[in-house]
Ligand binder design. Sequence first.
Ligand code: SAM
Length: 275
Amino acid sequence: MTGTLFVVATPIGNLADLSARAIETLRAVALIACEDTRTSRTLLAHFGIATPTMALHQHNERAAAAKVIGVLREGKHAALISDAGTPALADPGAWLVAEAHRAGIAVRAIPGPNAAAAAVSAAGFAASRFLFAGFLPASAAARRKALPALDLPYPVAIYEAPHRVRETLADLAGHFGAEREVVIARELTKKFEEVSRLPLGNATAWLDERREREQGEFVLVLAPGEERSASTLDAERVLDVLLEALAPSEAAKLAARITGVPKSELYRRALERSK
Ligand code: SAM
């Protein structure tokens, strides 16, 4: 009999968010694979959990996973945690989980905190789904290129680092327009937590209002865009590609010929895009 791999969500700030089942599981397993053993020590010590730990992060994931699988094959149970929130969501761990499945080892999730889910739930955009976009590319050019794919008729949750949040909010305003709303969820569950819903055009002023607002951890939830037909979406994709090489009028003319969407509509959009 092999053991079970428990994928355990841990707090994203407030230690009281560790569930009773998570505590019980972390106490009961033979080994805890942690993204960073030093970070997790604080959490484990707080709950008096003395289970042995080992590091499993993006630089040693395969070798570390093999060791955990070895323990599971001996019939012992193991847990996977990350520094904060749900493992394998913008965090290491997916390789170990996949290896466990490949080895026929039972995998169980102990669900709990996740920054994206918390931010979307506190954003108040009525929608039956959302896109978890994770972190956008770090370079400005690549980030801007990624934005057209985020124009969706449902909310988009974006993780962002504090040193890039100003630039990303400005890029979002440039691409989606000043009127589109955003929810800035900062330091969720922590002492200086803020959840503010505002038009993208006011985001820079919001940051400027208090210097400390540019510090901490952020989730940005972009409000849903308009529902658009498949043909309009295709035409916009074609237009975006053509705009990489052509002037707005040329790009709109060719996109209209390729897709059948009226040229005037595409020209208006091309002008917005090239602002
Ligand atoms: N696995 C984690 C989860 O389930 O949310 C995410 C880990 S990812 C490496 C870290 C990013 O999550 C941060 O840069 C930030 O964007 C977001 N995040 C984590 N904790 C947060 C918090 N307390 N408030 C706002 N955002 C947070």
